[in-house]
Design a protein around this ligand. Structure first.
Ligand SMILES: C[S@@+](CC[C@H](N)C(=O)[O-])C[C@H]1O[C@@H](n2cnc3c(N)ncnc32)[C@H](O)[C@@H]1O
Length: 347
């Protein structure tokens, strides 16, 4: 919301109520409850175990967002909620997205108090929040839910990349930080001779393996548990793909270089900062959040990644925007860039 009046400014300061009311509706399953049957406030309060008066105010807050509407004292999802929530992702995915948004709040609550802090959050316990990777490494169920959520959300990306990447003649692909294997599974379907190794942390691999079995592709898409920053990577690959992982360093690229067969290709697909010290518009929140944990965190630029690749022995072949037909959601697809490099063996 872009305020234009003093009332708008005051409203904007209170937007956290709308945001929290919406996240609660997601986590408690309100849209799915009302989709089954419109209910009055009493009915919602009873079904969700909320004190009736509070429930009524909550429903009013939600009506103001336009996501539910009241008709003869009964509430139901609005047409916007049907189009932008119910028909887009599963309840499980929305629940996790809302949970992640809620978990980001503590870092923002004390913002005026710690925005000046120059030390890394890991040095100050009250600001040391676990990363999504920490949470998944610790909790099997969290990793499973995250992996399934991304499997759903990244289907349009997988479709797009299946059309974009030419893997003719490629036998072995490594999908670094491949998560569910959503892209790998789509590529394995398109290229029947292709065998893929998805490298990810243990709990994510377990969740991905289940998905590969459900797709009857577990013979050609296998999961290799590793922390790719700390552990050795397997080798003998014709192509390595790193898609939407946003972890780049010369040291990692050296490892990737050694994983590739001579002349093998490395393809990176991600959002990159438009300039040094900036962030892509769709990743501004994320960049800001990272800067709260680490004041020196920088969002990588494509030029920076190209330099790291070159220093690690790669020759850049191309850099191009990923054409996107984002489907119902632009956030995950808009502005993606593909960088392709080759592991020359000249040194
Ligand atoms: C945003 S997800 C993208 C997953 C997949 N590439 C896709 O496009 O759906 C990033 C993945 O990288 C993995 N990852 C991040 N850092 C990692 C590390 N150091 N070692 C192994 N996996 C890592 C995460 O576990 C997660 O599954």
């Amino acid at each position: 919301m872009k305020p234009t009046t003093v009332d708008d400014v005051l409203d904007l300061m209170d937007e956290s109520f709308a945001s929290a009311a919406l996240g609660t509706a997601m986590e408690l399953g309100l849209f799915w409850l009302l989709e089954t049957k419109p209910l009055d406030a009493q009915g919602v309060a009873h079904a969700l175990g909320i004190p009736p008066r509070r429930c009524y105010y909550w429903l009013q807050l939600l009506c103001r967002t336009g996501l539910i509407e009241e008709d003869s004292e009964r509430y139901q999802p609005s047409s916007v909620a049907r189009r932008a929530i119910l028909e887009v992702y599963s309840r499980e995915s929305w629940t996790l997205l809302a949970e992640e948004a809620r978990e980001r709040l503590p870092g923002l609550c004390g913002l005026p108090l710690h925005i000046r802090a120059s030390e890394a959050a890991s040095d100050t316990p009250e600001r040391a929040f676990p990363t999504y990777l920490d949470k998944m490494a610790k909790e099997e169920d969290r990793a499973r839910r995250f992996t399934r959520m991304l499997y759903e959300i990244h289907q349009p990306l997988a479709d797009e990349l299946t059309g974009l990447l030419d893997l003719g003649g490629v036998n072995r692909l490594m999908d670094l930080g491949g998560g569910s294997g959503v892209v790998s599974l789509a590529l394995a379907r398109r290229y029947p001779g292709l065998c893929v190794t998805v490298v990810d942390i243990d709990n994510v691999c377990a969740a991905g393996r289940e998905i590969a079995i459900e797709n009857s592709l577990d013979d050609r898409v296998i999961y290799h548990p590793a922390d790719f920053l700390r552990d050795e990577l397997p080798s003998g690959y014709d192509v390595v793909l790193e898609c939407d992982v946003n972890v780049y360093s010369e040291a990692l690229f050296h490892k990737v270089w050694h994983s590739l067969n001579p002349g093998g290709r490395f393809v990176i697909i991600d959002h990159f900062a438009p300039a040094e010290g900036a962030a892509p518009p769709s990743r501004m929140h994320w960049a800001f959040e990272k800067s709260l944990t680490d004041p020196d965190a920088v969002f990588p630029t494509a030029a920076g990644v190209r330099d790291q690749l070159t220093s690690a022995g790669f020759r850049i072949l191309s850099e191009s925007p990923v054409p996107s037909d984002p489907g119902p959601c632009r956030r995950f697809m808009d502005g993606l860039i593909a960088i392709e490099a080759i592991a020359d063996r000249i040194a």
